[in-house]
Design a protein around this ligand. Structure first.
Ligand SMILES: *Cc1c(COP(=O)(O)O)cnc(C)c1O
Length: 413
């Protein structure tokens, strides 16, 4: 089989839509185009039926009841509705009072779609604890327990990290929160559709998921809102037609929702075999790269990680040059472009990875259509590029000669 270049190894950023999903969506653009809110004619009823089917498909994927699914535009919106909506509902003091409105616990390596709503709440009088993980990147029940206060109202921690794939102790943290009567939200964008999920045995109250991270369309997602034990209530952020139990007003994105439902059903059916296949490919990719190259480091916990993702730092190369030398592979680097400069990833920094290694790291995330041939190509390409770049590095030469370059006293200019 001939390789098609460039190849896609950035499935943690977004996934292609499964053709079966597209097919399921098509009739809802032109034929069954009704507004599910039109309760008095057949066009509306047909659309409502389609939305209801999708609601059941998404609920089944996470072990929820269909009434507990709120459709949104994606995980960013789901996180905002969950975090701000719960904070405003369960606050201890009204807006504008001098007292702390409530204490929230999160992590410092969360996605911006969690960190920024938390920062907003801080400005409004809530207090937020940003837990720091150990070098393995994992948040445990013990860490949350250590940060609890009398006035803690909400804990929000992601299920699996989008940069390093590490898996947090969600069921245990959820159990702790339930014991203490604290609402527990998890951003499960990278987890759902890939790993078995049951909101009841996993003790989750609020859960965010997104279509385009699980082979569905972009611009559609869902928020799970627990209805029993406890019945979670939220202050809505958007007001209007009162759709989605009043939590998310606005005419439903029927085509997107149908696509999300289809994606959920396919993911549930294929999850076990897909996980196994991708783990083998990831092990081959990661194993060969770290075997053929010295001075590399896999970031995050060695086992407690998503099976399709790896994040590797390469000593003595510059991340941007490495990306340039591997232009045929679409992947992410450990640097984030801000307006003027390259900033090392705050997630890697949060684990204690130094700036140099953070800059020289790559995130490769495999997906439903990744082939063995692509993995072999990526191994060859990355190993060759790193070797070439290191040949040009005097620091690497010194390292090979056994000089500890961290101990060198550089001469001042
Ligand atoms: C992609 C992602 C988001 C944002 O999801 P959208 O649906 O694109 O808004 C939030 N959290 C995590 C962990 C993600 O990976």
């Amino acid at each position: 089989m001939t390789l098609k270049l460039p190849m896609y190894m950035d499935n943690a950023a977004t996934t292609p839509c499964d053709p079966r999903v597209v097919e399921a969506m098509l009739p809802y653009f032109t034929e069954t185009f009704g507004n599910p809110g039109s309760r008095n004619h057949a066009f509306g009823w047909a659309a409502e039926e389609a939305v209801d089917k999708a609601r059941r498909q998404v609920a089944k994927l996470i072990g929820a009841d269909r009434k507990e699914i709120i459709f949104t535009s994606g995980s960013t919106e789901s996180n905002n509705i969950a975090i701000k909506g719960a904070a405003y509902m369960y606050q201890n003091a009204p807006a504008g009072s001098d007292k702390c409105r409530g204490h929230i616990i999160t992590g410092n390596i969360e996605h911006k779609a969690v960190l920024d709503p938390c920062k907003r709440l801080e400005k409004e009088g809530f207090e937020v604890t940003y837990l720091e993980p150990g070098p393995d990147g994992i948040f445990t029940r013990e860490m949350v327990e250590g940060a609890l206060r009398e006035d803690t109202i909400l804990v929000t921690l992601m299920w699996a990290n989008n940069e390093i794939g590490t898996i947090n102790e969600v069921p245990q943290i959820g159990e702790l929160c339930h014991d203490k009567g604290i609402i527990f939200h998890t951003d499960a964008t990278q987890w759902v559709g890939k790993m078995p999920t049951d909101v009841n045995t996993d003790n989750v109250d609020l859960l965010s998921l997104s279509g385009h991270k699980m082979y569905g369309p972009k611009g559609v997602g869902a928020l799970y809102v627990r209805r029993r034990r406890p019945r979670v209530r939220l202050v809505p952020l958007t007001e209007g037609g009162g759709q989605e139990r009043g939590y998310r007003s606005g005419t439903l994105n029927v085509t997107g929702i149908v696509g999300l439902g289809a994606a959920a059903e396919i993911s549930l059916q294929e999850m076990d075999s897909e996980r196994e296949r991708l783990l083998k490919l990831r092990e081959r990719l990661e194993g060969e790269i770290t075997k053929q190259l010295d001075t590399t480091q896999v970031n995050g916990h060695a086992q407690k990680r998503l099976p399709h993702l790896t994040n590797i730092s390469f000593g003595f190369v510059e991340g941007e040059s490495l990306m340039m030398a591997c232009k045929d592979i679409a992947m992410s680097s450990g640097s984030a472009c801000t307006s003027a400069s390259l900033e090392p990833s705050y997630v890697l920094k949060g684990l204690g990875v130094g700036d140099d290694l953070a800059h020289s790291s790559l995130r490769l995330s495999l997906g439903r259509w990744t082939t063995e041939e692509e993995v072999e190509y990526a191994i060859g390409n990355i190993v060759e590029a790193v070797n070439k770049l290191r040949q040009l590095s005097p620091l690497y030469d010194m390292h090979k000669e056994g000089i500890d370059i961290t101990k060198i006293e550089w001469q001042a200019h």
